[in-house]
Design a protein around this ligand. Sequence first.
Ligand code: FES
Length: 566
Amino acid sequence: MIHQSEKQGVFRSLTAYGDPGFSRYLRRAFLASAGYDADDLSRPVVGIVDTSSDFNPCHREMPALVNAVKRGVLEAGGLPFAFPTASLHEILISPTAMLYRNLVAMETEEMIRAYPMDAVVLLGGCDKTVPAQLMAAASADVPAIAVVTGPMRTGSWRGERLGACTDCRRLWARHRAGELSDEDIEEVTEALCATGGTCMVMGTASTMACLAEALGLMLPGGATPPFGSGARLRQAVASGRRAVALAQYGPRPREVLTPAAFENALKVLIALGGSTNAVIHLTAIARRAGVTLTLDDLQAASEAIPLLVDCKPAGAHYLEDLDRAGGMPTVLKALEPVLDTGAVGVTGRPLSALLASAAPPQPWQSIIRTLDAPLAGTGSLVALRGSLAPDGAVIKAAAATPTLLQHEGPAAVFDSVDDAAAQLDDPARDISANHVLVLRNAGPVGAGMPESGSLPIPKRLAAAGVKDMVRVSDARMSGTAFGACVLHCAPEAAVGGPLALVRDGDRIRLDVAGRRIDLLVEEDELARRRERFTPPPLPSRGYRRLFAGHVLQANEGADFGFLGPD
Ligand code: FES
């Protein structure tokens, strides 16, 4: 049994009455009403962040995980306290979960600071919950360990294996092209999300779960066990046990979130063919931990590391296949020669020690490849610069049509997400497959940075068989999406970035090999257009006003400027 001093556990972070003895006495009184005695209150307190919500099907069996974590905490002699925070479901929230990532990060950080806990278990899963929680952990710097709800299992439709949401997009594109009827797409709707859990391709949720493990903030093997599996529950129990040890001995998140940890995470991101969103999230988490991460760091990793993991959208398989093939321990083992294996995570042991017992990729599987025989070459994510994105942009080259990676064409400009929705299929807009679709005012300030960057192919072109076009925006794209989409252009249009100056018909050149995205318009003409630019008005009140007034650009992580390191 563990007994602590009166400055730990439930006696941390005393309520400010000007009399610490009175504060402790009141705490004992109120906790006695909940059945806790002096023995309970002498134990390390482990907070459990519960992001259950009826609005979040990806978290629908989180109560079972909360119970599993509690069991682990109790078994190790700690005292578990679960508490709720906001829960972000990517599909049910409007206008975009990204608008609320920073809100959840702030809420989680403040609750960890405000309530008395010696360690915290972060239960997340759906896209923005995990980055929000890791940002909070970096700022609060209370020992923390991440657990996710796990990926959904795949479904099937007419004999075809299906999963959210690469197949959602592919089949919807076929419906738009007239290849699938209304009845077909209705059947598909019921087959795409076969279970609870997170999207089961290498989208943002899966990528961030894998990166939490790569960063060292999750127990080994925690990223990929499917939703509802025994392995998922065992991870939760083990994390609860480990949290009690973290409460006493650390390490703290900022001791885990070192430059070496982020360098490893970027390499893993490239090997996974992971989501472009992870670039923004990693930058924000690093900034909070006092580590500077830039698009140059991404590019260096991209040039060094090939694609090793065969999961959609860059590959062909699903997260349950990755889990069966060995999950993240085997991915990390495959990358061992290029990782900094001195990095120490929540196990308290260096990565080298963990990898000593990890299995390398086995010959009976093809999901996790080796550095000697990768799935594809280097450069799955590319950082671009150029006159359309002086502060940077990204493209997921591994998920684009290769012939479009070098392309020049006339711009077809849309001033907002609504404008694009209204006009893309308008026959009056003369858009060919050669056009470059430009979406602006969809960046952090302009719109909270929705996942609108993979604009749909105009219906007329889709019906003619066009599957991909070059698209350029200050928006993001779902990690599950496919296409030649230049994303995160910074500075964004709403703050006067070059996207604001593009007009229909201007020539745009994408040169992925040269790492450039350029607007081919003379500087004196751009200067004239710049003089006439007026920024759109900011929201007038509330959180949206706070967000638009303080959010940083994508290349800085789109966090609030005032939430940097202490
Ligand atoms: Fe929750 Fe995709 S909608 S992870």
